[in-house]
Design a protein around this ligand. Sequence first.
Ligand SMILES: [Zn+2]
Length: 218
Amino acid sequence: MNKSTIHPDETLLTAYSAGSLPLSQALCISAHVEHCPTCQQEIKHLNDLGSELMQQLKPSPGSTDLKAQLLARLDSLDETHEAPTRIDKTISRCLHQFIKNGYQNLAWKRVSPDIHSVELCRDSNGAKVELLRIKPGGAATTHTHLGDEYTVILEGSFSDESGLYQKGDFLLRDASHQHRPVATQDGECICLAVTEGPIQFTGLFSRLLNPLIRRSYA
Ligand SMILES: [Zn+2]
């Protein structure tokens, strides 16, 4: 089943608002929300609901902590409207901690003639958080995934069998979905990608790569 969507669905936004998503997924939601006024409104609404619910509960040491977390989250949402000061303003705020000196200065590794990647971190659940950089008109190898794959477009745009995706768009692909993203000709495409399991290449020759890729998740 193709689970792709331009926005994260209600379940993901609710879990994000409640602070219950793994770090890797929360980063993808944050990166999308920075570009999406609709989801900013939705999260503010969910946060307000959470706040109301909290006030109806009897205070306990635990709920005080929760409320502090909630308020901090609201503050950080407001901060997304401030202009970043020191570093490249094109970098998503939630990624500043990983990218101190701009996209160009990251330790990009060549994946194929068209694609470079750099790993930003690993989540405690093993998910890999990385940036992908696809040259204008460049294509990724046709692949499926062993787990879910989250993608947020940070710069540029790409298309695949299902449509055209642009800056800020959020995609969720599950293991059964086979696709081949191609960057548009007008510029380089930079994506935040979270993969919960190794990618399975499905092309005849690239299938030979699968054991090597799997090893990188061990
Ligand atoms: Zn949205």
